[in-house]
Design a protein around this ligand. Structure first.
Ligand code: GLC
Length: 663
């Protein structure tokens, strides 16, 4: 049961798809106050666990900390950070009472979940213009499914997007891409995509190609395709200010960029230096920006990643002026240590400065809206622009699309990657924990930068991360310019990488099938154990094991030098261990704790009691997977309901399901 409470005059975010009448009175749970601010307070019982908040820090159970929905470009995801790139304001309170809350509010929302007072849940928004959805259900899982129906069907990518991808910020020339292609193919490490980071553009201008390096791009795309590889270019939010550059000229002429108070176009520096931000909250501007993706699809491109769309600001001319002023004062006086700290911080806070987010405006149906009041909708609408533009090209075709910044609602238009993580062991664990929370909020096509984006990776870290990454729908190895190279072929004993990634391809029929079921049935692909084993006191607290689809459980290794790990089985299960010689060892384990040895080049999964899963022969790209000759693994006399389709069109019919019997 879903109830909708409207306070003040909320901005229409279009997060929700269902028509629901406004409820009378006040919510049954907690206390709402709506004076200047919006505030929701709830006394948590000892038993209550809090789930949700999508892309946020810390655990699956969010209790005990504070989280702030405020889309932020911050590459240091250390434990104390309260805001990451997304704003996903859905939580479930599960314990004595079970209910969900969706705070549909496009600006900053603060979730204090037992941080200030250990038993108090407090949600606050600066203004009392909020739509609050209260969802009642039997348990957390049931509430999530209702919520997912409320916000509409999740994005479905083409099937090739389930392949493995290599990316790196720093590839510049065709030779760089050819080398990646050659090394992967030569070493028989399966791969389907190579990502193109900002250097493919001419001076970081969206929808352009570096003239020197990519003169005949269409041919190059073809050449890669002949090698069964797709190139996936990045698109950034900021449009470079440059006379004669058509995207800039058109944007200025038609007032498609965000404006300052005085009506001039707002200027912010990002990768291309000074840029303007397309006003993607303005329908016409959104349509215009979305139509530009065709420039690249016309050259054979089938997917994109949208970046810097919080929108990230390195600095603004106003910010520089502010700094100059304080610098002048600093130089003119005899600075104390406090002045030195102040100066240092002022330079740091030039980027993504709240003052700058208050200095530009959107034109929403003729109304001038200050950016900070709708800040969390920018990445969402940039990706919506792209999705709608791509739909215009061919409505029956799927394109690969994902974004860095997002808000609930964007899950219908694309996936997300979790932004600039680090080559840290703790970030494998963060990756594991974030996945089910994102699924709760509708985001299914998700994954992190495998191996870590910032800092130098190690062979061991990358292998362990890949062994988890083979279960994330988006499986991409990406790293930052200047860090240690992290393509699989850069390391010794390449066979280990080949072996681990081949397992992904053997599992793609299952992964795809479970992804599609989750998308079509408003379900979760990644589930915390307690969503299924609700009465198991131990399973309730396990955050480093996940259920994938309906049949399997995984328990990834995420510590250095480990030779295995302790795994909790909430019931009897069949372990499948993919050995380095390509065979699969199966062994049944009883409910309870077990130490499972897992070598660096091995992958382990557990099939639930009474279930089986299909496993294909290894393939080197998605189209090569032979789904006709798959073998079932798990429990004899069980069945698996396989979903499969052409992977390209949007024909998701009933006949795409087929029952497979393990006899
Ligand atoms: C941002 C992105 C990262 C990308 C870089 C350069 O930091 O998050 O993935 O490589 O910009 O475009």
């Amino acid at each position: 049961m879903i109830k909708k409470y409207v306070y003040g005059t909320p901005f229409e975010t279009e997060a929700v798809m269902m028509e629901i009448e406004n409820a009378e009175g006040t919510p049954e749970y907690g206390k709402v106050c709506c004076e200047q601010k919006f505030c929701f307070e709830y006394e948590m019982s000892n038993k209550d666990m809090i789930f949700g908040l999508g892309q946020s820090n810390r655990g699956i159970n969010k209790r005990g900390y504070i989280y702030i929905s405020n889309c932020t470009d911050d590459p240091e995801h250390t434990e104390h950070k309260t805001s990451l790139y997304g704003a996903h304001n859905f939580i479930v309170i599960s314990g004595e009472k079970n209910f969900g809350l969706f705070v549909d509010y496009p600006s900053t929302v603060c979730f204090d979940i037992g941080y200030t007072h250990s038993d108090k849940l407090k949600i606050e928004c600066e203004y009392c213009d909020v739509t609050l959805y209260v969802i009642e259900g039997e348990n957390a899982y049931d509430i999530v499914k209702q919520f997912r129906k409320l916000i509409g069907q999740s994005y479905i990518p083409p099937k090739f997007a389930f392949g493995y991808a290599q990316s790196r910020w720093g590839y510049k020339t065709k030779q760089d891409y050819r080398e990646v292609a050659r090394e992967y193919r030569k070493n028989h490490i399966p791969i389907d995509m190579i990502y193109m980071d900002i250097d493919y553009m001419q001076d970081f201008k969206d929808f352009t190609l570096n003239e020197q390096n990519f003169d005949d791009f269409e041919e190059f795309v073809k050449e890669m395709k002949q090698n069964n590889l797709r190139l996936i270019p990045i698109i950034d939010a900021g449009v470079k200010i440059e006379k004669g550059y058509s995207v800039y000229e058109e944007g200025v002429k038609n007032n498609y960029f965000c404006k300052k108070e005085d009506g001039s176009d707002f200027v912010a520096a990002v990768w291309p230096d000074d840029t303007h931000f397309p006003d993607v909250l303005n329908k016409e501007a959104r349509k215009w920006f979305g139509s530009k993706y065709k420039i690249l699809t016309d050259k054979g491109i089938e997917g994109f990643w949208n970046d810097m769309n919080e929108p990230a600001i390195f600095y603004t001319p106003e910010g520089i002026e502010r700094i100059k002023k304080s610098m002048k004062e600093f130089i003119e006086k005899n600075p104390s240590k406090d002045d030195v700290w102040f100066m240092r911080d002022s330079l740091l806070y030039l980027a993504n400065n709240p003052q700058d987010y208050c200095a530009f405006y959107h034109n929403v149906n003729g109304q001038k809206i200050r950016h900070d009041k709708v800040h969390n909708l920018y990445g969402y609408n940039m990706t919506r622009a792209a999705a709608e533009g791509l739909q215009e090209i061919d409505n029956n075709r799927r394109y690969l699309l994902f974004s860095r910044s997002s808000y609930i609602g964007m899950h219908r238009y694309g996936g997300i990657w979790t932004g600039d993580n680090m080559s840290w062991w703790s970030h494998i664990l963060l990756n594991i924990k974030m996945m089910p929370s994102l699924n709760m909020c509708g985001f299914l096509y998700i994954g992190a930068d495998i191996g870590g984006f910032g800092a130098d990776t190690t062979r061991e870290l990358l292998l362990r991360w890949l062994a988890f990454g083979i279960f994330t729908p988006l499986m991409r190895n990406h790293s930052a310019n200047g860090t240690r190279r992290q393509e699989c072929y850069q390391f010794e004993k390449i066979e280990a990488f080949q072996h681990v990634i081949k397992i992904r391809y053997r599992l793609i029929p299952y992964i795809y099938s479970e992804y599609m079921k989750a998308a079509l049935q408003y379900d979760m692909y990644f589930k915390p154990l307690l969503f299924v084993y609700q009465n198991d006191e131990i399973a309730r607290e396990i955050e480093d094991q996940l259920l994938i689809g309906n049949e399997i459980m995984i328990a990834p290794v995420y510590t250095q030098n480990a030779k295995g790990r302790c795994v909790y089985l909430p019931e009897e299960m069949m372990m499948l261990k993919f050995l380095s010689n390509g065979t699969i060892h199966t062994e049944q384990y009883e409910k309870g704790y077990h130490y499972i040895a897992i070598e660096l080049d091995e992958v382990v999964l557990f099939v639930k009691k009474g279930c089986c899963i299909p496993i294909a022969e290894p393939a080197e790209y998605v189209e090569q997977i032979d789904t006709k000759n798959m073998k079932l693994y798990g429990y004899i006399n069980s069945e698996y309901l396989l979903y499969d389709d052409d992977g390209i069109t949007k024909q998701y019919q009933q006949q795409n399901y087929k029952t497979m019997k393990y006899e």
